[in-house]
Write a protein that binds this ligand. Structure first.
Ligand SMILES: C[C@@H](O)C(=O)SC[C@H](NC(=O)CC[C@H](N)C(=O)O)C(=O)NCC(=O)O
Ligand SMILES: [Zn+2]
Length: 376
């Protein structure tokens, strides 16, 4: 059944699953209590043995302190709007310090997380936009140019960013070619009829690298195509889904290590694990929602392969969070390497933090409220 997406012209749209009605960001996201930032100034009445705590919103300081195992003695007095001074006898830890992994997992599970977009570099924005809109049925959602930083972005997908996982293309001024490397696998797009989708792509001059048919060792009908920069897209035959852009596949050198990291440091769920001994690989689907309704991170382990060249083309997945500071602490506590301390981006001012997983794959966590403001 063909459902032309409202945002794509009927002639060019793939037979994608129907897009759901898109809800606006939950109002609660806009009303979230803000948290003080570590080092936030508080009234200076404490003696030098007392360290001020930049704590959570006063309304929840004790539960939050408990949540993060912040240990302090003596009476904590509320001062100002969002910082608290411990009593002079107080021996306090930085409020943002999560003392143990259970607390970190609590936070990762409690946080409002969603896979927002996947970011990668292309040599020609307009060339890629043309291919994604005409051959893959995506809609151009927004563009932005950041001349101060000499880069431009284009966001494309199958629905608005406040409810869909989308693609963020990055064009760095003057750079028209990148090395995709061997570690990046593919993006997955769910379509209702893979053969018809492939016919459309071929008619538009797209490159098909694997004809439609059941996946080796399985039943799901797939095909592979390549975009103008050489990024692989797996077309996956699936019934109607609210999330046609459904996978980012990355290869890892130790699957259990990767699963453990994404569960503990990211709060993701292991949705499915499948070993394929005939073809000597194992895959694990990780995510924040069911595989047929939300975007997933597909981790692939090829027997005996422990390292991959990552090239310089693929950048990262971006995930929403209610607090980049607490998220960074939780990641650090679970063995992630923070490569960008939490804080606002230049010019855009959206608060982010960035990290590497055990294989060196980068992820960025984006403040939910700042992200919603970007979309206004
Ligand atoms: C579950 C679905 O989304 C897949 O991506 S499985 C597709 C399958 N994957 C692999 O073979 C992974 C191992 C491979 N050596 C690699 O590193 O990519 C696949 O690509 N099958 C090819 C086919 O023709 O069926
Ligand atoms: Zn896949």
């Amino acid at each position: 059944m063909v459902r032309a997406l409202a945002m794509a012209t009927a002639a060019s749209s793939l037979q994608l699953a129907s897009a759901r009605h898109v809800a606006r960001p939950p109002a609660s996201l806009r009303a979230l209590p803000t948290t003080a930032r570590p080092g936030a100034s508080a009234s200076a009445s404490a003696d030098n043995t007392t360290r001020r705590l930049a704590l959570f919103h006063i309304g929840s300081v004790i539960p939050q302190a408990h949540l993060f195992g912040t240990k302090f003695h003596g009476l904590a007095r509320a001062e100002g709007s969002s910082s608290v001074e411990a009593g002079t006898a107080g021996v306090v830890a930085q409020a943002s310090t999560i003392v143990d992994q259970d607390c970190a997992l609590d936070w990762a599970k409690k946080d409002r997380r969603r896979m927002l977009h996947v970011v990668y570099r292309v040599g020609d924005l307009d060339r890629t936009i043309k291919f994604y809109t005409e051959c893959l049925g995506m809609k151009l959602l927004r563009k932005r140019d950041i001349p101060e930083e000499k880069y431009a972005n284009a966001f494309l997908g199958y629905g608005p960013e406040d409810s869909h996982f989308v693609i963020e293309l990055t064009y760095n001024y003057g750079v028209n070619k990148y090395d995709i490397g061997a570690g990046f696998g593919h993006f997955g797009i769910a379509v209702e009829d893979v053969s018809k989708a492939v016919e459309l792509i071929k008619a538009k001059g797209g490159k098909v690298t694997r004809e439609p048919g059941p996946v080796k060792g399985g039943k799901t009908v797939i095909a592979f195509i390549e975009d103008p920069d050489g990024y692989k897209f797996e077309l996956i035959e699936r019934g109607p889904t609210p999330e046609p852009l459904c996978q980012v596949m990355l290869r890892v050198g130790d699957l259990d290590r990767a699963i453990n990291f994404y569960e503990k440091a990211f709060g993701m769920e292991l949705l499915r694990k499948r070993d394929n001994p005939e073809y000597k690989y194992t895959i694990a689907m990780m995510g924040y929602g069911p595989e047929d309704k939300s975007a997933v991170l597909e981790l692939t382990y090829n027997y005996g392969v422990t390292e991959y060249d990552k090239g310089n083309a693929y950048a990262q997945i971006a995930i929403g969070t209610d607090d980049v500071y607490k998220t960074a602490e939780a990641i650090r506590l679970n063995g992630g390497k923070i490569t960008r301390e939490p804080g606002p981006l230049p010019v855009i001012n959206t608060k982010i933090t960035a990290c590497l997983d055990p294989d060196g794959w980068k992820s960025v966590f984006v403040d939910n409220i700042d992200f919603a403001k970007e979309l206004e």
